[in-house]
Design a protein around this ligand. Sequence first.
Ligand SMILES: NC(=O)c1ccc[n+]([C@@H]2O[C@H](COP(=O)([O-])OP(=O)(O)OC[C@H]3O[C@@H](n4cnc5c(N)ncnc54)[C@H](OP(=O)(O)O)[C@@H]3O)[C@@H](O)[C@H]2O)c1
Length: 281
Amino acid sequence: MNYVNLNNNLKVPQIGIGTYKVENIQEITNLIEYAVKANYEMLDTASYYNNENLIGEVFKNNPELKKHFLVSSKVWPSDFDKDNTKRSIENSLNNLNLDKIDIMFIHWPSEGFLEAWKVFEDYYEQGVLKSIAVCNFQIKYMEKLLVHANIPPSINQVELHPYLVQEELSDYLKKSNIKIQAWAPLGRASKEMFNEKILVELAKKYNKSVAQIILRWHIDKGHIIIPKSTKESRINENINIFDFSLELEEIKLIDKLNRNHRFSQNPDDEEWLTKIRKGLK
Ligand SMILES: NC(=O)c1ccc[n+]([C@@H]2O[C@H](COP(=O)([O-])OP(=O)(O)OC[C@H]3O[C@@H](n4cnc5c(N)ncnc54)[C@H](OP(=O)(O)O)[C@@H]3O)[C@@H](O)[C@H]2O)c1
């Protein structure tokens, strides 16, 4: 396992497991048990994923399991005012059966995120949130936050994979001492991406799967990653990437696959940001 230090000195593993769309108790129970067996040490959820209570149930039934993980969650934009941000954080704590949350994220940069950030700072100062962070923040939103924040975010979690390399944002975050975390690190297992010649060739060369080549590319670039799978074999496969590394030239060839393609919402889409602020689906 590789670790990185956040700007508040919290040490986090470079890989964790995602849980988006895992919404039933059996799947969550299995995912957590497989992840513990495979030595994952971080688990990512969100109030939006409707599974915090399921994760909390697993932790309540087996408190030993919780000890294995740093847990991250997120506040959704419809909760971006003082009272609702507080309520959302308290709900996450209750649902997850935790008295502290390791990393709490602002989920999208919709209007009102500065008000929510103030609440995050209060909870951070009380030690209830061990680290505070953002998701889907383009440079313009980072700049706005950094001007007003007393505590800078430790991480920016963004869509990031070989079809969306995010070089400019990565450079900006590196200079600002903020870690970049990749969501959809496997590009949601896009067939097209998994069939890219360079990825298939490297998989052959290193005797690894294409998924492992993509994940290793992230690790070699310094990203924190949270691939999601509900299958035991893939949960194992995705973390079994610390016994090889790519050469610089190979990393650059994968960088060249970039086509600024998103598999999900674009944070530049103002309509989307407004819609979710209003709580619409
Ligand atoms: N902050 C945000 O706005 C945001 C947005 C989206 C996601 N996230 C977080 O990021 C996590 C990861 O992103 P994601 O779930 O969207 O995408 P992802 O991890 O790139 O891809 C998940 C997909 O890949 C498949 N998969 C996993 N491992 C594989 C392997 N080794 N070989 C082939 N296919 C494999 C999974 O299927 P199986 O499950 O069937 O294996 C699933 O369909 C989420 O779960 C969530 O925690 C954050």
